[in-house]
Design a protein around this ligand. Structure first.
Ligand code: ATP
Ligand code: MG
Length: 442
């Protein structure tokens, strides 16, 4: 009572936000055994040398929600050099803001030194995006630099407590995604936070606090300014989150899809395109949820397919033959994405492979179906065909034929082949001048 009174009269020495709540195990329930042992050992290694070390960010949040964390990030007051010296297998990466990769068994953990508050003279671009930040700081400063309150939780395996500077545990209980600090300022510093808000809310079933949700629509254009490689990484996270349909729907509601995939808004306005994209994403979500791998190439191939179809038709209408026209359309569509979204070369290769296989599913005669089966990317091409059929773009019958062809034995396959008469006739006509052909039995 007396202390409360004195505090009220004299005021607090420090601002409230630098005095974290220390939440004991009895109220949050996370035991050190719930961590990956590599994460626990990394914290212990640092603590034995007298440093502070915590599991931080997404992993603590996911554990509180009863989900299995994707990975464990560690935050510490040791400098990168001190971290490196603590472990046998560790290396410093990054030039501006160094982090340390600590290798523990088969796992690699990212260990980050607490970041300091942004200085007033921090280098920013013309729109206010932070370009450099390389100062170390206190744990409180580190917490304030994080994006959402639920992401600023530190778990100490030694005491099994959670250090909570911004009421993140309470927000998580109330299913609210709340920005630390003033949302507009934080979006300006890093516009990718708008995408993170949508993705994390969809993934965790949280609702974005109105103060953080409201500015998104009007600030969406700032995403244009984000480097293409970063945008690609974030889009990939979003699409492989297991909640891609929800994310994309919310991105549209928030007006965020325009800058991301320049053609996506056009595609989503065509009924067939929308159906195809949504089926593809739904399919991906289901795979992610049962722990199956998803290929980024396949994903982006589906997102851009209807744009390829439109260009393909346009180029053929100008008199180009179908296959060269398809290849020209593929390049055009990928080039037009490149400005905004840095699709890596390897993934672009996968995308093209899948697209290029599609016309080959049309021939069901002679040796060609067998050759197609042998293609390295056949399975991806076939899965893609199934989606095209399900969305109504090609007849279901074609997809069914391939499903049966794959399952059939040697004789069964032979019996399924479509008679080759048409193909042969065409070839013969090309070889011999008209009038000289001798009729032959088929
Ligand atoms: P997930 O791993 O499930 O995608 P996450 O929150 O762990 O989600 P990461 O990208 O792994 O996301 O980031 C780890 C932590 O780093 C976050 O929890 C957050 O504290 C901080 N962080 C990441 N990106 C930003 C950002 N753009 N601005 C501020 N803090 C960020
Ligand atoms: Mg993470």
């Amino acid at each position: 009572m007396i202390r409360k009174f004195i505090t009220r009269v004299l005021g607090r020495k420090k601002p409230l936000s630098s005095e974290p709540a220390v939440i004991p195990h009895s109220s949050h329930g996370i035991r050190r055994e719930h961590l990956a042992s590599a994460a626990r050992r990394t914290c212990e290694g640092l603590q034995e040398r007298g440093y502070k070390a915590y599991v931080v960010g997404g992993a603590v949040r996911d554990l509180l929600m009863g989900e299995k964390p994707k990975d464990f990030d560690i935050a510490t007051n040791a400098t990168p050099e001190q971290v490196r010296q603590t472990f046998r297998r560790a290396r410093i990466i990054g030039r501006r803001f160094q982090i340390v990769h600590v290798m523990m068994g088969a796992e690699t953990l990212e260990v980050t030194t607490f970041r300091g508050a942004l200085a007033h003279d921090t280098k920013k671009d013309d729109h206010g995006r932070v370009l450099h930040d390389n100062v170390f700081g206190t744990q409180a400063e580190d917490a304030a630099r994080r994006d959402f309150t639920v992401n600023a939780l530190y778990y100490d395996p030694a005491s099994e407590t959670i250090i909570d500077y911004h009421h993140g545990v309470a927000d998580l209980k109330q299913k609210t995604l709340r920005m630390i600090g003033e949302p507009r300022a934080r979006y300006r510093e890093d516009p990718v936070r708008m995408l993170r808000a949508v993705r994390l809310a969809a993934k965790l079933g949280l609702s974005i606090d109105p103060a953080a949700a409201k500015p998104i629509r009007e600030m969406a254009d700032l995403l244009e300014n984000v480097p293409a490689a970063r945008l690609f990484d974030e889009m990939l996270k979003l699409l492989t989150s297991g909640h891609a349909v929800k994310c994309l729907t919310q991105l549209r509601d928030a007006g965020l899809h325009h800058g991301l995939l320049p053609l996506l808004d056009v595609i989503l306005e065509q009924p067939m395109g929308e159906r195809f994209v949504m089926l593809a994403l739904d399919n991906t979500d289901q795979r992610v949820r049962v722990g199956k791998p998803v290929s980024p190439g396949f994903l982006f191939a589906t997102l851009l397919w209807h744009e390829v179809l439109a260009q393909w038709e346009r180029i053929q209408a100008k008199g180009e033959r179908p296959i060269p026209a398809l290849f020209a359309a593929m390049d055009e569509v990928l080039d037009s994405q490149a400005e905004k979204l840095a699709i890596t070369r390897r993934i672009a290769g996968d995308i093209k492979d899948i697209w290029a296989l599609q016309p080959r599913f049309e021939s069901r005669a002679g040796k060609r179906p067998y050759a197609l089966l042998e293609q390295q990317r056949f399975r991806a091409g076939y899965d893609f065909l199934l989606l095209r059929a399900a969305s109504g773009e090609v007849p279901e019958e074609l997809a069914d034929w391939w499903t049966r062809f794959m399952d059939a034995d040697g004789e069964g396959r032979a019996a399924m082949l479509v008679p080759d008469t048409e193909v042969k006739k065409k070839r013969r006509r090309r070889k011999k001048p008209a009038g000289q052909s001798t009729p032959q039995p088929e």
